[in-house]
Design a protein around this ligand. Structure first.
Ligand SMILES: N[C@@H](CCC(=O)N[C@@H](CS)C(=O)NCC(=O)O)C(=O)O
Length: 94
């Protein structure tokens, strides 16, 4: 199952609605950055940048909120234009 590492800050909170809208099953794993949990070895193994959000999907790890949004939309081919050179794709990226 997809793992979603988050806290309640705006960048991680961009990911949660998309996961819900896509209807993907996921495990939400809190990382309390106020307590320094982003520097725990277990989390640094996921994201050496020590930032949330991060997702682990099978053997793939994606970090950075916008990268994750695109990764998930591309994965499901929803909410994003799939023609990489299309005007619609450019609009989505903008
Ligand atoms: N560009 C990144 C920024 C990620 C980021 O700054 N995350 C913050 C929470 S919103 C964080 O993990 N801060 C912990 C730290 O800097 O130690 C993104 O969009 O995901």
């Amino acid at each position: 199952m997809l793992k979603f590492f988050y806290n309640a800050a705006p960048n991680p909170m961009k990911i949660a609605p998309l996961l819900e809208e896509l209807g993907l099953p996921y495990e939400a794993i809190p990382v309390d950055t106020r307590k320094g949990e982003q520097f725990a070895p277990e989390f640094l193994a996921v994201n050496p940048n020590a930032k949330v959000p991060a997702v682990v999907d099978g053997g793939m790890t994606v970090v950075d909120s916008n990268a994750i949004l695109l990764f998930l939309a591309d994965r499901e081919m929803k909410f994003v234009a799939t023609g990489v050179r299309s005007a619609e794709r450019a609009q989505t990226l903008s």
